[in-house]
Design a binder for this molecule. Structure first.
Ligand code: SF4
Length: 415
């Protein structure tokens, strides 16, 4: 449990034998944050061991689990990944062909998934039919690999080759990456939040460098939400590229005004609210010389609960700011994510049931401005139909019980 460098020592890594493997850094969505839900999940079968690491969320996991329980299956964890591996082990027992079985299991699952798999000594990677979560392949001097973000290959001294296509299965072999067409691709619905917040700025996702997208968002934000201030201050780290774009477009000076303690992890992923609020104070220290007696445009990537931003606004005010104007690089997040980001219930969002002025009041900001959905889509550079915008619009790319799907308007016209 813990950050990778805390949980794994150099000795642990050195003790790993063999020439292939898979790994996973857990971001808690379905299932509790406990050691038994850590991945990869591993299962022994007559065909050898199967190991699986999963990024995303299976929307129909509950139903699949109930169906399997009725057939007498028992589950050791609360994770949806265990359902996938059990289905897969069962199918391989029938087909004897891992690639065919992966396709068969994909056809049962509804949701988002980028998965790496080892079946005995074979390594596979697969992306869901809409490509909601990212997955790419690259090469290093040791061989080929698949990862969620291209920055991994830079770090390993290798090179990024390409994104895995929606619905594509690849097998990583010693001398090549073999692509297997599952015939299950359904279009594109890339998660907009990867570009806005989740991915590292130096990663390239689905043909767009995250850093470039964030700067474009910032420029567009400056056009849509101008404000007369003395200085543009980013909320580090994720608001930095957005702020640069905002400053470039507006011509207002940019300055770092909040110093970050780099040893404290992201507040958004901390499960307990108290941890999150305390962490803001530990994490950020205001630079009074930049802030005192100034009118500040405070730029960040997004507001989810608003707890963190409220603390930051107060921090900047306490450092002597004359005015604090908040500018945000994503439209208001109002509806839950069912595809792998931990934003589950409507009442946890600052924007649910509040107008923009009411949110500004909650944040104790002098003003608040969000980028529009159109502006965000234009900055990302994919068409709106190729993106998931579910948590902004409440219209999801694939059916979720009790929610609208993206093409709801077309469906309604048939009734
Ligand atoms: S609902 Fe929002 S966070 Fe979830 S996949 Fe879609 S865009 Fe991303």
């Amino acid at each position: 449990m813990g950050l990778a460098h805390q949980a794994l020592s150099q000795e642990d890594v050195r003790s790993l034998k063999g020439d292939r493997g898979i790994g996973h850094v857990r971001y808690s969505t379905v299932g509790t944050s406990s050691a038994e839900n850590a991945q990869p999940v591993v299962m022994s079968t007559n065909f050898g061991d199967i190991a699986l690491a999963h990024n995303g969320e299976i929307v129909n996991a509950g139903r699949l689990r109930e169906d399997l329980k009725k057939k007498g299956w028992a589950f050791a964890t609360t994770s949806d990944s265990e359902i996938i591996i059990r289905l897969l082990a069962n199918d391989i027992a029938d087909t004897g062909d891992p690639a065919r079985s992966i396709r068969n299991v994909m056809s049962l699952m509804n949701g988002s998934y980028s998965i790496t798999l080892m079946v005995d000594d074979r390594v596979f990677a697969v992306r869901d039919p809409y490509g909601i979560r990212p997955l790419c392949i690259g090469r290093t001097k040791e061989g080929f690999a698949a990862a969620s973000e291209s920055v991994v290959f830079d770090t390993l001294g290798g090179e990024f080759m390409r994104d895995v296509e929606p619905g594509e299965l690849v097998e990583i072999l010693p001398g090549e990456v073999k692509s297997i067409n599952t015939g299950l691709a359904r279009g594109r619905a890339h998660c907009m939040f990867e570009w806005v917040y989740i991915a590292r700025a130096d990663s390239c996702l689905d043909g767009r460098l995250v850093y470039d997208v964030r700067r474009k968002i910032g420029r567009r934000l400056a056009i849509e939400q101008p404000v007369d201030v003395d200085v543009v201050v980013p909320v580090p780290d994720s608001g930095r590229s957005h702020s640069m774009g905002y400053a470039e477009q507006s011509g207002i000076p940019y300055s770092e005004g909040l110093m970050k303690n780099r040893y404290v992890e992201r507040t958004f992923i901390m499960p307990e609210q108290t941890d999150r609020s305390t962490s803001v104070m530990l994490k950020l220290n205001p630079l009074k010389s930049v802030i005192k007696d100034k009118r500040i445009a405070l730029v960040d990537d997004s507001i989810v609960r608003g707890t963190t931003m409220r603390k930051i606004v107060q921090l900047v005010r306490n450092a002597g700011a004359k005015e604090v104007h908040v500018r945000i690089g994503s439209p208001p997040i109002r509806t839950p994510c069912y595809f792998g980001i931990d934003m589950k219930t409507r009442d946890q969002f600052a924007a649910t049931g509040r107008t923009v002025d009411q949110i500004a009041e909650m944040l104790t900001a002098d003003s608040l401005g969000y980028i529009s959905v159109e502006g965000l889509v234009e900055a990302i550079g994919h068409s709106a139909n190729d993106l998931c915008l579910g948590c902004l619009t409440g219209e999801y790319p694939l059916p979720v019980e009790g929610e609208k799907i993206r093409f709801q308007k077309k469906l309604d016209s048939f009734t």
